[in-house]
Write a protein of this length. Structure first.
Length: 655
């Protein structure tokens, strides 16, 4: 069995790449490495990565051949279960993965070679995007703490299929022919004793790179025909995951590399790869629809918004495998218009086409939702949007993918988002300006009355702007009609588990010329407690909002005493609360103490005024940024907890 792995390696080696495939470890060397990875040094981890070594050979065309050599030690029984089956994902349209060798090293110096031919090739799990992803799964048999699993794999190609190809190797060449890029993260969920990455590129393709979020060792040496870049780290602790933390690529030490000289060249490529294939061409049916949508509209803003919302509401998000065009290359708009479906790139392409029909110079743009893009021009994008060039040469950015049931033409969750527009002149990396709390305003008006038997009757009126407009619309628009009532009742459950929804009324969720509003009328039996001469109750508005993570960014924030990482909340927000609670005849309200927490990054202000049988609350919460540092989090948490505490505090009235 020991020789089987070598036979497999040698059978692949001549046809794969100029870089020699790695060799499986000598049993004695493996035992020594595993013995050095003592479980006591990695408390809290069920496995440890003894080494993770990658070697990449890049051809003139940009086609890359990659070998990954990895040794993982099992530390406890949960780790044994986790390693019992190995999974390798790939996309047959753009890359190929071969398992060259798998060896299980026992602590007693024996080993077992697992036959790679027993691998199971299966469809990878998918949700919303069904582009034919595959996975190779290989069972390694029973493992015990102290065992090590060594794997050697070969991969050819790149991550996303952009274009069809003429030959077998042609489809694995990156879409920017002749160029290579990669983004390397040097920390993972398991502790790492050693991680290294070596890439060989032709001498006429210098590789620019930069290190972010920490330290990574690097070297550059000269081969006969190549430059050899090496990056490595040693003794890296496991990444400590925390709720709502920023994307790992914004946190862990990483290297971004690319042979592309600048973003302008990437911009020109993206422009031509779509324009040269007439992606944005249209037919009479599309032209007729554009005329229908814009008929009677007088201003450019009205026409642009109307076309954006038509695309958002009518092109459903569903990524079916349509052959040529998956990845950053857009499907033809005539196809998208006919099928009424696509992913972000197709939805963006549909809007580009319709705006061009209406006479606006418009282009597709690449962007990254949820994390940043670094200055090195490597592909760091997961989303596609639209750029409309105005008369002064500036751009108006539009995002139809975020726009379903949302009023804004650009999501207020996506300030400070980097993007690159595809244009013939070439555009640099740009960024959406930061939004301010007022851009995501939620106004809550509460009018409540406590009856003599302690029951509560009241109304809540919610008015939303920006992202909050979409949140309110979603109560009706993102649900089947039969589920709308139960969805609102779920929101109201925070006021009291016994609450009864009497009626609700929306503004028209399909009217995007106005911000949305929701009026709720409810009743709660036994809401207030009658204790002798005291009436005890709580604020319905504060109960409604304090821990509603869907409506409040402060509530969306986790409650941790200490954090290693910052908090990513998507957007700033302001909430204004105006509440009046009327008491039963004969009761006089007591005035609670004011709440005032003003931190640099967040604030909570609550002020009550007692006027005989009426208690009036004027309140405001503020969150200034979409992403907080670990240091800023402590102040924001004070504001969050001040609101939660106030919602749980009893309010009193005397007979």
């Amino acid at each position: 069995m020991r020789h089987l792995a070598w036979i497999l390696l040698l059978s692949f080696a001549p046809a794969l790449a100029a870089v020699d495939p790695p060799s499986v470890l000598d049993p004695e060397e493996a035992v020594a490495l595993l013995a050095g990875a003592e479980a006591s040094r990695y408390e809290g981890s069920d496995r440890v990565v003894v080494f993770d070594r990658t070697e990449v050979d890049v051809e003139e065309t940009g086609l890359s051949h990659r070998y990954d050599h990895r040794l993982v030690k099992v530390l406890d029984w949960s780790g044994a279960r986790a390693l019992a089956a190995l999974r390798f994902d790939f996309d047959p349209a753009s890359n190929i993965v071969e398992i060259l060798a798998v060896r299980v090293h026992r602590a007693d110096s024996t080993f077992v070679d697992v036959d790679p031919a027993s691998v199971v090739d299966a469809t990878a799990p998918a949700h919303l995007i069904y582009w034919g992803g595959r996975m190779r799964v290989l069972g390694v048999g029973a493992l015990e703490p102290g065992d090590g699993v060594e794997t050697i794999t070969y991969k050819k190609g790149f991550q996303i299929a952009y274009l069809d190809a003429e030959s077998e190797d042609e489809r694995y060449i990156p879409p920017m022919r002749g160029h290579f890029y990669d983004v390397l993260l040097f920390q993972e969920d398991l502790p790492l004793i050693e991680k290294s990455y070596t890439v060989h590129v032709p001498k006429d393709k210098p590789l620019q790179y930069s290190v972010y979020n920490g330290e990574v060792m690097s070297s550059l040496t000269f081969g006969e025909d190549t430059h050899i870049y090496r990056f490595w780290r040693e003794n890296v602790p496991a990444l400590k995951r925390e709720p709502r933390m920023p994307d790992a690529s914004d946190v862990v030490p990483k290297v971004v590399m690319a042979t592309v000289p600048d973003w302008e060249e990437k911009s020109r490529w993206f422009y031509h790869v779509n324009e040269d294939r007439d992606i944005f061409g249209w037919n009479p049916e599309i032209e007729e629809k554009v005329n229908e949508i814009t008929r009677g509209l007088k201003t450019e803003d009205q026409k642009i918004a109307a076309l954006l919302h038509w695309v958002a509401q009518n092109i459903r998000y569903s990524g079916l495998n349509m052959g040529e065009g998956e990845g950053y290359t857009l499907h033809p708009s005539t196809m998208t218009f006919r099928d009424r479906c696509g992913v972000c790139k197709d939805i963006a392409g549909m809007l580009v086409t319709m705006l061009r029909v209406a006479g606006y110079p418009t282009f597709a743009a690449m962007t990254m939702a949820g994390s940043r893009v670094e200055r090195i021009p490597a592909d760091q994008f997961n989303h596609c949007v639209v750029a409309l060039r105005k008369e002064d040469g500036s751009y108006l950015m539009l995002d139809p993918t975020w726009a379903p049931w949302n009023n804004p033409i650009w999501s207020r969750w996506e300030g400070e988002q980097h993007y690159v527009i595809g244009s013939s002149e070439g555009e640099d990396l740009m960024m959406i300006p930061a939004f301010v709390p007022e851009d995501n305003l939620l106004v809550i008006r509460s009018d409540a009355k406590i009856l003599k038997d302690g029951a509560l009757e009241g109304t809540l009126v919610l008015d939303g702007k920006g992202a909050m407009d979409g949140r309110i619309r979603s109560a009706a628009a993102d649900r089947a009609k039969r589920d709308v009532r139960s969805g609102i009742e779920e929101w109201l459950g925070a006021v009291s588990p016994d609450i009864e929804l009497i009626e609700y009324r929306f503004t028209d969720p399909r009217d995007f010329t106005i911000d949305s509003s929701l009026r709720i009328r409810y009743r709660v039996p036994r809401f207030a407690d009658l204790l002798g001469n005291d009436l005890v109750f709580r604020s319905p508005a504060l109960r409604f909002i304090a821990e509603n993570a869907r409506l409040s960014r402060l509530a969306f924030m986790p409650d941790n005493e200490e954090r290693a990482h910052g908090v990513f909340l998507w957007g700033p927000q302001r909430i204004a609360i105006d509440e009046t609670v009327k008491l039963p005849s004969g009761y006089k309200a007591e005035e609670p103490k004011k709440v005032s927490v003003e931190e640099k990054i967040a604030a909570a202000k609550l002020s009550w005024e007692a006027n005989g049988g009426t208690l009036v609350l004027k309140g405001e919460t503020m969150l200034e940024k979409r992403q907080l540092t670990a240091k800023e989090y402590a102040g924001a948490r004070k504001a969050r907890n001040a609101v939660v505490d106030a919602s749980n505090n009893d309010l009193y009235a005397k007979r």
